[in-house]
Design a protein. Structure first.
Length: 302
């Protein structure tokens, strides 16, 4: 039975607010599975299982598949298709409301090699990506279909107009590449934008052993909050980054980064070098009893 027939059988109505579209070309699912390079030792998490078209391909290649779907309307179809499939576990809920560690422990106990393969809803792509990237659970490979503009931001190079916090965060956590372009005509209802399949190969170890990601990400986010400002002004006047102006300026000099540069001209290594110098000075001032009142401001979301 094809997907259109399944929609009629289960009276599926696609919800625009959940970014739901029916992918008509199953070859796209094959490309996603191939990009994940699955083997029987891999356990896979799929977010947004829908009618199970991608799930059906994943379960033939992976050891186990944990398929998550937020919409209750899809669950009868998923249960009929996969309820008796030994290596598929189904879960209805919002992935962002659950600890990945707890879900993996419960549904994929003993998992040694984890990957994530998903056709992500446009409206919540970035939060889901970072739910996985920043989780203590290590997913060695993440393959997702996302909006074309988001894919372009994920792989943007230094100096590009769309280069920013998202590109830097992806680069910190993984090697990123665009695998395949997916035109909007492949979906029903047809969205207003095209899509891309993006692959993230997770790093086995932190890129900077002596630098905490939360501190680095806070610095990056503050720098790009007002991307037209100079780095000096972005980091000392926005109030979003918890370091006093003298420390920021001293750190810039020590890191050999000109204070009048724009944030989009800095590579990840530049931001890391600056973060290390700022962190070093904050630690010294804390030990001497001087602390910025904003020092522990948590980073905002992308």
């Amino acid at each position: 039975m094809n997907l259109r027939d399944l929609c009629r059988q289960y009276d599926i109505k696609f919800k625009k607010r959940l970014g739901q579209n029916l992918l008509l070309d199953d070859n796209i699912n094959r490309i996603m599975v191939d990009a994940a390079a699955l083997c029987p030792e891999d356990d896979v998490v799929e977010v947004g299982a829908g009618l199970g078209a991608l799930t059906a391909r994943l379960c033939t290649q992976a050891g186990r598949v944990f398929a998550v779907e937020i919409d209750a309307a899809f669950m009868p179809c998923l249960e009929d298709r996969f309820g008796d499939v030994e290596n598929v576990r189904l879960f209805r809920g919002d992935i962002l409301n659950h600890s990945l560690q707890k879900l993996v422990d419960e549904f994929l106990p003993g998992a040694a090699s984890l990957k994530m393969v998903s056709n992500l809803p446009y409206y919540i792509t970035t939060p889901i990506l970072f739910h996985f990237l920043e989780s203590p659970v290590h997913f060695s490979r993440i393959v997702v279909m996302v909006q074309e503009q988001v894919a372009a931001r994920m792989v943007a190079e230094v100096g590009a107009s769309n280069y920013g916090a998202l590109a830097l965060a992806c680069r910190y956590h993984a090697g990123v590449d665009i695998v395949h372009a997916v035109p909007r005509t492949c979906f029903r209802p047809e969205p207003k934008v095209d899509s891309c399949i993006v692959r993230l190969r997770r790093r086995a170890a932190p890129l900077y052993a002596d630098l905490d990601w939360k501190f680095l990400s806070a610095l990056i986010r503050a720098a790009f909050m007002h991307r037209r400002k100079t780095l000096r002004n972005a980091l000392t006047q926005t109030g979003s980054f918890g370091a006093p102006k003298p420390i920021v300026l001293e750190a810039m000099a020590a890191a050999e980064i000109e204070a009048n540069r724009r944030p989009q001209t800095l590579a990840l290594d530049d931001f890391a070098r600056l973060a290390i110098e700022i962190r070093k000075r904050i630690d010294c001032s804390t030990k001497s009893g001087v602390r910025s009142e904003n020092e522990h401001v948590l980073p905002a979301s992308f």
